[in-house]
Design a protein around this ligand. Sequence first.
Ligand code: ASP
Length: 280
Amino acid sequence: MVDAHLNGVRNAIAAGWQALERGGTALDAVEESVVVMEDDETFDAGRGSFLNSEGKVQLDALIMDGATLRAGGVGGVERIANPVRAARKILSESPHVYFVAEGAERFAAEHGIPLCKNEDLVTQREVERLREFQSSNKKLDPTYFSHDTVGAVVLDSQGNIAAATSTGGTLNKTPGRLGDSSLIGCGCYADNDSAAVSMTGWGEPIMKLVLAKWTADRVATGNLPEWAAKEAMSYLHRRLQGHGGVIVLDAQGRFGIAHNTPRMAWALKTSNRDEAGIQR
Ligand code: ASP
């Protein structure tokens, strides 16, 4: 699925860039980028996500604004095709930061986000993947098992940064399990004074280390995002034998991309660079 991943991240970059060209903010651009990947069945976000042990899609997402530290997150939603859109509504239209499960779905519906059926988010590929896994007695190997969470980090012309992360979580997860992706400072973080960070990988080790905030703090104390991204992956492994990937961007436009999994699809665009890859 290498080509599908590369196409997916290229499409996401194009959507984010268009949002900026239309005069949108970093927040608008991360939202639009993530929506494209949620809609793309290739990834573990939105439709096509991994299924939980009962065969349902349960989605988590977070969006965060580095200028104001406002954030919006949803956890365990089953009837929202684009959870990042619901997260954005929470950020902009609610005094709260998180909504989960039915409460999140109700909030989304009341704010104009259409609800779907859970079956609309389930693909045949994932039904077969779950069936095969449940009949095999195998344990997931967190090094090699696909972590297909999606995320974006953006700097806009106002000098503001933002981050968003969206996921279906891990294959065969117990219903109700929440991963790192929607937790502030774990799978996602943004602060103009440090960095915008989005992560993928096995969620439990990432959340125990509050790794997105850990990474941003390394940038705040004067380290380059590139160094902080690599250091985060080695810390994750050194401390908890964890695996994953990370994208980091500061308010000067310096960025880092790192993973300690065999591959991670990424794309980047600046006024003079337009690149994508599957390894770093
Ligand atoms: N981080 C996600 C989770 O644990 C999974 C992933 O990145 O694929 O929910």
